[in-house]
Design a protein around this ligand. Structure first.
Ligand SMILES: Cc1cc2nc3c(=O)[nH]c(=O)nc-3n(C[C@H](O)[C@H](O)[C@H](O)COP(=O)(O)OP(=O)(O)OC[C@H]3O[C@@H](n4cnc5c(N)ncnc54)[C@H](O)[C@@H]3O)c2cc1C
Length: 384
């Protein structure tokens, strides 16, 4: 085999951005992906029946405060302004999310101003919890039992498959309530949807003469022979053949259904009640309000424990998993010539903009290390 600079496993944002950065520096790289398509979990495709753009692995909204990343993605396609707003159905009514002044007034049947609402919520909150020991106690300390029961308890139980008492308090870092009528889901200055979907953006990133792309190609041991370096954006434990056990993930099942016209009037409707088995319904055409479609495609989303044959979505990162993660990190750090990247390679939840930022930094760090004659570390960001 002829010498190439790098083999990159995974054609999601991580692999594509690393490949592009190395190729633009004059290197020659090969990208492989087990799937028959690029873009990893951000993959979008047009539905054959309705022509609606579908977010196949769950809804993806691009949002960032990182100017370089925003300029970067805009180099590879047109982004249209899209302001994400989420509703939740709970206890027989529909509310705005995240919980804001409108939600509070609607929920309590009041006409509070911001200060009155803040005082009301403070009066509901438990004042006797100093150091919350878990998610539920943290929520009680911040907002009290009413809002917790309506908007957090059932949703969290379904999402994580366990009691919120078994989840760390750190999940709710800040007060999860706004005392204003701002119901924009994300606070970043840039929010958008790629006009032609994420697949087209990632395909454009990979479209460079220095990049060879092989889809439908699962990594096999030894494939990196003849390459100067291996970048791995697959599962960290998968690289080691799960030798120490499997890092825990939640997986998602999507139940597709179609409707004529408009099914729910918004892109994402959460379901807060425990007796509704799904967490949310996504109606994909609302992600492209500039398009018009008679038919509509919706996904009911169910969360469950990830088995060996399922797609890993959300890393669990509880005490047990973190212990196992530390063991895999030690194994990875003992290797030479392999760098683990991305959401699966570092076993962290990463938004797309963070994924791109880390991939840019990782590839630039690799080029700088090569120029200095020093090795590239196994991780460019500490996964622990
Ligand atoms: C349900 C859900 C919703 C999300 N919504 C948002 C959102 O709204 N906004 C946002 O910014 N981010 C969102 N994200 C995060 C986003 O999905 C990630 O930032 C992004 O997918 C990370 O890209 P990646 O390249 O690291 O990983 P991936 O996209 O997972 O790509 C990894 C690729 O590696 C390939 N691979 C793995 N193992 C092998 C192997 N052995 N051989 C060959 N190929 C292999 C896989 O097939 C895959 O294509 C969401 C994530 C989830 C789970």
């Amino acid at each position: 085999m002829t010498h190439k600079d790098a083999l990159i496993v995974g054609a999601g944002f991580s692999g594509a951005v690393i490949a592009r950065t190395l190729a633009e520096a004059g290197q020659s790289v090969t990208v492989i992906d087990a799937r028959p398509h690029v873009a990893g979990n951000c993959y979008t495709e047009r539905d054959a029946e309705t022509d609606v753009m579908i977010h196949v692995y769950g809804p993806h909204i691009f949002h960032t405060g990182d100017e370089e990343v925003w300029d970067y993605v805009n180099r590879f396609g047109v982004f249209r302004r899209y302001d994400h707003r989420v509703k939740t159905t709970s206890q027989g009514a529909v509310y705005l999310m995240p919980v804001n002044l409108h939600t509070i007034n609607q929920f309590y049947g009041k006409t509070f101003g911001p200060a009155e609402a803040a005082a009301h919520i403070a009066a509901q909150a438990s004042s006797d919890i100093d150091e919350p020991a878990n998610f539920e106690e943290q929520a009680m300390k911040f907002i009290g039992p009413d809002l917790y029961g309506a908007f957090f308890k059932g949703y969290t139980e379904k999402q994580w498959g366990c009691s919120p008492r078994d989840l760390p308090a750190s999940i709710l870092k800040r007060l999860p309530v706004r005392f204003s009528y701002n119901d924009s889901y994300f606070a970043h200055p840039h929010q958008g949807m790629p006009e032609e979907g994420y697949t087209a953006i990632v395909a454009a990133i990979l479209d460079h003469p220095g990049i060879e792309l092989r889809l439908g190609t699962e990594y096999e041991a030894g494939m990196e022979e003849g390459f100067g370096h291996l970048f791995w954006s697959g599962p960290l434990d998968g690289y080691f053949g799960y030798a120490l056990g499997r890092l825990g993930y939640r997986t998602l099942d999507f139940e597709r259904f179609t409707e004529e016209g408009d099914y729910q009037g918004c892109a994402v409707m959460n379901y807060g009640d425990s007796d509704v088995p799904f967490t949310r319904i996504t109606e994909h055409k609302h992600f492209a309000p500039w398009e018009s479609h008679e038919g509509s495609v919706c996904y009911r989303e169910f969360s469950r424990e990830c088995g060996p044959d399922d797609i890993p979505y959300y890393p669990i990162r509880m005490v047990e998993e973190k212990k196992l993660l530390a063991d895999y990190v030690a194994k990875a750090q003992a290797l030479e010539g392999v760098t683990f990247v991305g959401r699966l390679g570092s076993y962290r939840y990463l938004d797309m903009d963070v994924t791109i930022r880390e991939a840019l930094d990782c590839a630039r760090g690799h080029l700088a290390a090569q120029a200095a004659g020093s090795p590239t570390p196994a991780f460019s960001v500490d996964p622990l």
